[in-house]
Design a protein around this ligand. Sequence first.
Ligand SMILES: Cc1ncc(COP(=O)(O)O)c(C=O)c1O
Length: 407
Amino acid sequence: MNPLKLAPATREHARSLDSGDPLRDFRDRFLLDDDVIYLDGNSLGALPRTTVERMREVVSEQWGNRLIRGWDEGWLELPLTVGDRLGSLLGAGAGELVIADSTTVCFYKLARAALDLRPGRRQIVTDLDNFPTDRYVLEGIAQAGDAHIDWLRCDRTLGPRVEDVAAVIGANTALVTFSHVSYRSGFMAAMAAISRLAHEAGALTLWDLSHSAGSVPVALHEDGADLAVGCTYKYLSGGPGAPAYMYADRRLLAELRQPIWGWLGRRDPFAMGPGYLPADGIRRLLSGSPPVLALTAVDEGIKLVAEAGMERIHAKAMALTDFAIALVDARLAQLHFSIASPRNRLRRGAHVAVAHGEAEALCAELIARGVIVDFRGPDVIRLGLSPLTTRFVDVWDAVEALRALVD
Ligand SMILES: Cc1ncc(COP(=O)(O)O)c(C=O)c1O
């Protein structure tokens, strides 16, 4: 559907799309200033009102009153219980997803673990446009002498094609790793087809779901993903610096070894015994104490996403991004703006990259006028259209603000 083909391009039309939006009431469930047009929920999700209440309770009741007893009253289990709640949204089974550490550390743990599961194979395949932290972690692993990286140079807008991957993988491939939804253009990689190809070569896949979780459907099991990581502070509204997650297909768990051997990833940790033995199940991916307060916030964000439902969230993500693309085509193309995201709604996430030669200066001007977007060099203005908090009228107003600036 092209929302501009159905009705004239007016602000009224945007308002009528908001009236018909089945998720429209969710916006009030977040603390959001109406004077700000927030199009950066794909960097930091807005604060759910229930999180404020729940944090207050955990701080004063649990930390304040229960003190150290809290660890036995649920805190120690939070990485797994909140992990299972998130796992069910991402197509994982119970006991396959755990919340811990930053995305960077989770990515390191699982990339290293994947190489150890494929001894004798040394090739890692990824793309040059992958998110920086993923690239740097892989470079560090390669420099330690255990692997070499084959960098795919893909179309920046459309991302890795199955045939690009097929051309480089083979009997030496240990790991194939991509972002599922790209941080820049928003392309959605073909998880099922790429995983199948990797498996045919005997390799493992590791997916970064940071821009996917809470915005597009993810079917980890069905699509044959072996391993995955992602952050919780974008569409999952877990809060600044919220902990990330690791997924491992249960078939791999018995053999999987991650490199940061901490006490809470050990079997029977409170025995404080000699030597490290990995815990059974997904717990072996943990290292140290879970961030209880941050996990509480993550839990509330995940609950909101679960309540809205991934099907409705994805439908709105597609409608909002369609609307943004149609508006840029109709109202900004003549001012030298162009779309740098996939035009196929099934092949993109919930943000739209708008390219312009003056993108950096325009972003700064927009932010100064209360339209919060972000800049991704060299020339992209990224409009993050978080389905639970963004209105169609926000998209309209942001596009008009850009027009006014350039005009
Ligand atoms: C795709 C992707 N991976 C990783 C990260 C960040 O990782 P960390 O949680 O370690 O800061 C981001 C942050 O925006 C991201 O977009």
